[in-house]
Design a protein. Structure first.
Length: 273
């Protein structure tokens, strides 16, 4: 991607700070069929199920995608945010994009100046973060968090549990290098996300507006007028894209272009670097 280097921040970002697109969260009406699909398609096992999400009326499962994570959540009762997301979106689009960073406290103050509401504070031993209101973010909910010791990409990452490395299969999946967000006005939402993320908007290899981070990137894709803004695609680096696509067909996943549909999002397997 040709987004260039991040310009020095006017809001206080310091040398050595990082911002990584670390985790994508998808939502399903029922958890286990989606979990079984990921197992069958990618040959991965669940690295963690977080009992703490029960207070939100959810169950979840996380998979290691290289040094990033794919989470699937499902509602367990009526009236949950995830359940309303399914109803509102018709099951299309990703639920959350989660960033691992050094400075969520600073980012909390930054979004306040932008008029973006903090929907939820995450405060656990060794872990602190903010979830932003999805209506203010547009397209999907954004989260910025910090885990003590996460400067080391192989180190702790609180949302994935203590033993996530045991489920890592770099011989099969190496990461999620890019997500796509579609909008009738991709330039406008790119600028909006750029302000929230405190990163300059550049372009990707196709000339689309894009944001680039120390890990991962977002490309903003034009959609027809009246189309809801949404996190529409996740690109995945895999050892054998053809085998992944064949496994997705065997599972009965809908094929769309160069990818397949999983939990309302197009998954695009590509040959890993």
């Amino acid at each position: 991607m040709s987004t260039g280097q991040a310009a020095p921040s006017s809001t206080g970002q310091q040398a050595g700070d990082y911002l990584r697109l670390r985790q994508i969260c998808l939502v399903a009406p029922d958890l286990e069929p989606a979990v079984d699909a990921v197992r069958a398609i990618f040959g991965l096992e669940v690295c963690f199920r977080d009992p703490a999400v029960a207070k939100y009326g959810l169950v979840n499962a996380l998979f290691v995608f290289g040094h990033q994570f794919l989470e699937i959540v499902a509602p367990t009762r009526e009236g949950t945010t995830a359940g309303r997301f399914i109803e509102r979106s018709g099951g299309r689009g990703g639920y959350m994009a989660i960033f691992d960073c050094t400075d969520p406290e600073r980012r909390r103050e930054l979004v306040r100046t932008l008029g973006v509401r903090v929907a939820n504070l995450l405060d656990y031993p060794g872990y602190w973060g903010i979830q932003l209101h999805p209506r203010d973010c547009r397209a999907t909910m954004l989260e910025f968090d910090r885990t003590d010791g996460a400067q080391d990409i192989d180190g702790p990452y609180h949302p994935a549990g203590e033993h996530w490395r045991q489920a890592q299969r770099l011989d099969r999946v190496r990461g999620m290098p890019m997500i796509e967000v579609e909008s009738p006005d991709p330039e406008d939402i790119a600028r909006h996300w750029g302000r929230i993320a405190d990163r300059p908007v550049g372009t990707d290899a196709s000339g689309r507006p894009a944001l680039r981070f120390e890990q991962g990137a977002v490309s903003f894709v034009a959609a027809t007028a009246g189309t809801p803004e949404r996190l529409s695609a996740v690109h995945v680096d895999v050892a054998d894209p053809a085998a992944v696509m064949a496994a997705a067909r065997a599972r009965g996943c809908a094929i769309e272009g160069d990818g397949f549909m999983l939990c309302g999002v197009r998954i695009v397997p590509r040959a890993q670097a």
